[in-house]
Write a protein that binds this ligand. Structure first.
Ligand code: AHR
Length: 860
């Protein structure tokens, strides 16, 4: 055998010089794109030794994507032009689309990692087509020349790609395009040719190979388990505590992320039962794609003799311009609203009905009816509607029966003209009996998670689609009629009824820290509106005001009742401060110079004025890539307390990346994993996704000294109105439908600790894939003294775990065991709880595909 190996080694040694001898010093590269997928495939490279035969690196592997504008319609890279510029730095410019008068730029030292993108807006031409770039060594600057649909050519110059000279018209001859054509796999492409060292190509190849390897790993699912683990015998795990290595971990690790997506707020958690109560639905909410989405949406007149129109001449409040006008010739008809998919009422329950009313012509009363199945009147009240100026009227309606599809009807009892606005129907029974409060079952389901914090109001809702859509907290407080409703970028309407006051109050009600997230002076990186997508940024001359808004929020939450904003909080019924400690600035933004300038300004102001508040930064929407790298560089530079990381990944990714935070530098910013979820094809929430998340959460506990907070996303989704899947909790008007992933969040939330107890873990199998599918974590809650063991078995075979609780005195102690188990595709598995007795050494049998939590009492 030894001889055989020696022979093989010898032969390999003989071959090596040949391989090296065949390796060229340099090679030709062409940089190009294909136009495929509506020009969204980004930048590729092909290599050649002889300028004749070209081979695409990684079969059109993308080394640079365009980040400009909205997914689906933008993110295009048209005719990229790459040059090797000053100091060995590669520069790439490209056309963004057919209409914008802007181009894109990015640079790289190695053609692999491309830095921040910028999209300089130009002042000449009608658009910017096929930009080319060159470096003038004598002037030490770069010139970009572009074509425009006005038939002219224009040029701009720059030394730093941050500021440019104004565009000037140039002669067509100045457009010196040095592109070549190359035939790759029989297809002719146009691109720029570069002669590069072999090492450059090697790195490109390695990048592609590493990416392919990761893609294969990440696509592992339980579907291949039968094959992957064929013949696998039950596995044994021995654990022995290492008491000397006990470390403190965050007691804020598990929180929730609330965003008004999937009708989570209006029609969801916010208990209002009337849809479009303010008559402010507008075509713009749905970008004009739904002609029925206007001020009359959800309202109609039943009966004849009354005409219903919308007016805006003398509104209740300037922030709520539209209102209904009922002109009654003969009585009998009523203005009706069916709520959000019907109004769900219960027998004997009381409902607060309020509305603003103004009589334009005549005198008389208004009959308000709650109408159920088969047009049975469930409750009614007559109110005086003779007021000549806007007046708020309130009545209580008690439903005589249960109905899922009830509607409200407002019937003028005399001829004339009547204006109505802010027509509201609210269950009296809200969470913690709060006025303008929350739906009890949903709020309770959230509270049951025991979240340590609530992040709100987004997500993308926080930074909005374009500058005009940035969520402004001041628009969401005060009397409901004075709040400013706005378009929800998820394609519907935000009434702002669930506003900052209500968010703070909910946090207080469930004992969670509020974590408001505010835009960093830039809108969503996928914005379609204004200023070249997200790159516009709030103009710098308006930034002082914007920064002041953020400072004012701290005063609103924490200020004394004598302060301007503290007074407003008190007026809303909460003189006591909300004790705000955290603020997030930015949400997975594109990290550009525009972002940095604004973010830095906000951070400095916060550090100066409110050093007591922890400001959380953002590092983009992925666990790698330019925004992640640039976001972290900025966090280091500005010494940001914590950064918000986001990643939606496959279960395979979570399984294969459990060590993600093990390597994080403990001296740097802390991490808030603000959005994550395991996504399988078809986006189900099942045992497989839930266990992958549970397994990853044990890794977060292990790293709870650096990962201080985490929240699954998104939280809520109303059936029939879902823009994003999967979500943690689904619901309709009558039912709350939690997921297996919710069970996992709840188990971690209810069983968190503030000390991590490391253990030596020995797994009987040497197979890496097996080891990665068993995860354990032991924490202690020092308040109760309870020790909590979490064990995940993501294998198709049973696993036996034996734990030696060395260093902890556990003598015949009682414990609660909770198990969540099922087949990988099961969507309805629920926890099974039992009481057990436990000794100094404990053995647990973990069923295949299961999550077990054992909570051990160590104190009387
Ligand atoms: O959670 C849904 C969305 O995902 C959030 O709004 C956004 O931040 C992320 O892209």
């Amino acid at each position: 055998m030894l001889k055989k190996w020696l022979l093989i080694c010898f032969l390999l040694l003989q071959l090596m010089p040949v391989c090296f001898a065949n390796k060229p010093d340099s090679v030709y590269l062409v940089s190009y794109t294909t136009g495929k997928n509506n020009n969204t495939n980004g930048l590729h490279f092909a290599r050649s030794h002889d300028l004749t035969r070209w081979e695409s690196i990684g079969n059109e592997f993308t080394f640079l994507w365009s980040d400009y504008g909205r997914w689906g319609t933008q993110k295009k890279m048209i005719s990229p032009y790459v040059i090797l510029g000053k100091n060995g730095e590669w520069q790439c410019v490209w056309q963004l689309n057919e209409q914008d008068r802007a181009f894109a730029h990015a640079s790289s030292n190695d053609l692999v990692y491309w830095g921040r993108q910028s999209y300089p807006v130009l002042n000449k031409g009608v658009n910017c087509l096929q930009p080319i770039i060159w470096y003038n060594a004598s002037a030490d600057n770069y010139t970009v020349v572009y074509k425009s649909n006005d038939g002219k050519y224009y040029a701009v110059s720059t030394t730093d790609f941050k500021s440019y000279t104004p565009a000037a018209e140039v002669a067509p001859a100045a457009y010196n395009d040095e592109s070549i054509t190359a035939i790759i796999d029989g297809v002719t492409v146009k691109g720029q040719m570069h002669k590069v060292a072999w090492a450059v190509v090697q790195k490109l190849n390695q990048t592609f190979e590493a990416s392919s390897f990761k893609r294969t790993e990440n696509s592992e699912t339980t579907v291949q388990d039968a094959q992957r683990f064929a013949g696998l015998k039950p596995v044994d795990v021995k654990m022995s505590l290492l008491p000397s290595k006990t470390k403190a971990i965050s007691d804020m690790l598990l929180g929730i992320f609330f965003e008004d997506i999937n009708y989570a707020a209006d029609g969801g958690l916010y208990a209002e039962l009337i849809q479009n109560r303010d008559f402010e639905y507008s075509l713009a909410d749905k970008e004009g794609n739904d002609t029925a989405w206007n001020s009359t949406n959800s309202w109609s007149v039943k009966g004849t003799g009354t005409a219903f129109t919308i007016d805006s001449v003398s509104p209740v409040h300037k922030n709520n311009l539209h209102y209904a006008v009922l002109k009654t010739v003969t009585t009998g008809a009523a203005l009706t609203n069916t709520g959000f998919d019907g109004i769900n009422v219960k027998k004997g329950d009381q409902y607060n009905c309020s509305l603003f009313v103004k009589r334009n012509i005549g005198r008389g009363n208004l009959l308000i009816k709650l109408v159920g199945n088969n047009n049975v009147v469930l409750s009614e009240a007559v109110v005086n509607a003779s007021t000549s100026s806007w007046k708020k009227i309130s009545v209580v309606l008690t439903s005589s029966a249960e109905a899922k599809d009830a509607y409200i009807a407002l019937q003028p009892l005399s001829a004339g003209s009547l204006s109505l606005d802010m027509i509201s129907l609210f269950p009296k029974n809200t969470f913690k009996a709060r006025p303008n409060g929350l739906r009890v079952d949903l709020a309770q389901t959230i509270a049951d998670i025991h979240p340590r914090f609530v992040r709100f109001p987004g997500g993308c809702v926080a930074h909005g689609d374009g500058l005009g859509n940035i969520y402004r907290w001041k628009n969401t407080i005060g009397p409901l009629e004075s709040r400013k409703p706005q378009r929800n970028l998820w394609g519907y309407h935000q009434s702002a009824g669930l506003g900052y006051f209500e968010y703070f109050r909910f946090c207080e009600d469930i004992g969670a820290e509020p974590v408001p997230v505010l835009a960093a002076g830039v809108p969503c990186q996928n914005s379609a509106v204004g200023g070249g997508g997200q790159q516009g940024g709030i103009p710098m001359n308006e930034m002082d005001e914007y920064v002041q808004d953020i400072l004012d929020l701290v005063e609103y939450a924490n200020g004394d009742v004598t302060t301007t904003w503290g007074k407003q909080r008190a007026a809303a019924g909460h003189p006591k401060p909300f004790n705000l400690k955290y603020i997030g600035i930015g949400n997975e933004d594109l990290i550009t110079d525009i972002f940095e300038e604004r973010y830095t300004m906000i951070l400095h102001a916060m550090k100066q004025q409110h050093p007591e508040i922890t400001v959380i930064g953002t590092v983009g929407p992925n666990a790698e890539g330019t925004d992640y790298e640039e976001g972290w560089k900025l966090a280091d530079k500005l010494a940001i307390a914590a950064v918000d990381e986001h990643y939606y990944q496959s279960p395979g990714w979570f399984i294969n990346n459990q060590s993600f935070y093990d390597k994080y530098d403990r001296s740097k910013s802390k991490v808030y994993l603000g959005e994550y979820a395991a996504h399988l094809p078809g986006r189900p929430s099942n045992i497989e996704t839930a266990l992958a998340e549970a397994l990853y959460l044990t890794a977060l506990e292990r790293n709870g000294d650096v990962v201080t907070m985490s929240s699954y996303a998104p939280l809520l989704a109303k059936e029939g109105h879902t823009q994003w899947k999967p979500d943690l909790i689904y619901f309709d008007n009558t039912e709350v439908k939690t997921t297996t992933d919710y069970e996992v969040q709840k188990l971690f939330g209810q069983n968190s600790g503030n000390e991590y107890l490391p253990a030596e873990v020995i797994i009987s199998s040497s197979q890496d894939a097996v080891k990665k599918r068993i995860a354990t974590s032991i924490v202690r809650d020092t308040k109760t003294g309870d020790v909590i063991v979490k064990m995940i078995n993501l294998l198709p075979v049973a696993t036996t775990v034996t734990i030696d609780f060395k260093g902890i005195n556990i003598a015949n102690t009682s414990a609660i065991k909770t198990v969540l188990a099922g087949k990988p595709a099961d969507t309805n598995s629920r926890r099974v709880v039992s009481s057990i007795n436990i000794g100094q050494t404990f053995t647990a049998s973990l069923a295949d595909y299961s999550f077990t939590v054992v909570r051990i009492k160590t104190r009387e």
